[in-house]
Design a protein around this ligand. Structure first.
Ligand code: GDP
Length: 284
């Protein structure tokens, strides 16, 4: 446990640099995250809370449409989530198996989260970034045309399972919809679906098919905006506002807060790890 009094939301964190220093020296904080906490304030904010960074460029009356702080973990919780994602002897993080059909999927009792998105949206890069604290994990990618794409299962200690679903859209296997649809409909331990949208191009037609599936099965899902390092601030802001409006007006099951990420700069990765840890009951 970290010292009491560290459970502060993002805003207070930035107002109290001494808290960051205290947390960075706490025994429960990994060395990697301690180094993160020592970054200059603005760089740290951009890395941990990219959406709040975008907020600074918004007119005050459009801020209320953005649900920036529904999920606002304390730095202590972010550090705890990083520990969940860190491979150790007692917390093995491994590839389990792959399946092309739901009845071949491993029968794992743990809570599960899955990642879906168009081919090339940055899904394998994101999963690799999430697993960067477990460098032994091999995130398998089969991109050769004609190769059957599979659902890949990874276990994160005794905590939860991460499922990498085959990409849809261009060159998607014909049975993609059957595979993903059946999984989404039937997987009992599925706690959250992460639907990846490329921040450069926004929501595409094929993304709507995935959104409709999540809505139809009344699944709780989350939109993750990928490759934010590729967009200018203005472009990112425009995409965030458009997608937020879509989420607010056209969806039921989508979590109102968007999660922008970059697998290159790692911006948003810690927050996403915390959210996954939270929805699988590991930050309670
Ligand atoms: P997948 O088909 O969805 O698994 O996509 P990949 O992870 O293979 O990424 C597709 C392409 O986008 C690759 O060339 C990646 O290097 C690039 N890419 C993925 N994520 C990012 C990111 O966050 N930033 C940038 N600049 N490029 C990315």
């Amino acid at each position: 446990m970290a010292a009491p009094g560290l459970r502060l939301g993002a805003e207070r964190l930035f107002a109290m640099p001494a808290v960051l220093e205290l947390l960075s020296r706490s025994n429960s904080t990994s060395q990697a995250f301690a180094e993160v906490l020592r970054l200059p304030k603005q760089q740290l904010r951009k890395l941990l809370y990219p959406l709040q960074e975008v907020e600074r460029f918004l007119a005050p009356d459009s801020r209320q449409d953005l649900h920036l702080r529904i999920f606002d973990p304390s730095p202590e919780d972010i550090a705890r989530a990083d520990n969940v994602f860190t491979a150790t002897k007692g917390n093995r993080i491994d590839y389990v198996s792959s399946a092309v059909r739901i009845d071949h999927a491993p029968d794992l009792p743990r809570p599960e989260v899955c990642f879906i998105g168009r081919s090339n949206v940055g899904k394998s890069s994101l999963i690799k970034a999430l697993f960067s604290l477990a460098p032994e994990v091999e995130v398998r990618v089969s991109k050769k045309p004609g190769h059957t794409k599979k659902m890949n299962f990874f276990k994160v200690g005794k905590h939860f399972t991460v499922v990498d679903m085959p990409g849809y859209g261009y060159r998607a296997p014909e049975d993609f919809v059957d595979m993903v649809e059946t999984y989404l409909k039937e997987r009992r331990n599925l706690k959250r679906t992460f639907l990846l949208v490329d921040s450069v191009v926004g929501i595409q037609k094929t993304d709507n098919i995935a959104i409709e599936m999540c809505e139809e099965f009344a699944l709780p899902y989350v939109i993750v905006l990928t490759k934010i390092d590729k967009s200018s601030k203005g472009h990112l802001l425009k995409q965030v506002l458009q997608i937020q409006k879509f989420v607010n007006t056209k969806t039921q099951g989508c979590f109102p807060q968007l999660f922008p990420v970059s697998s290159v700069t790692f911006s948003g990765i810690h927050l996403l790890r915390s959210f996954i840890a939270s929805v699988t009951g590991n930050l309670d």
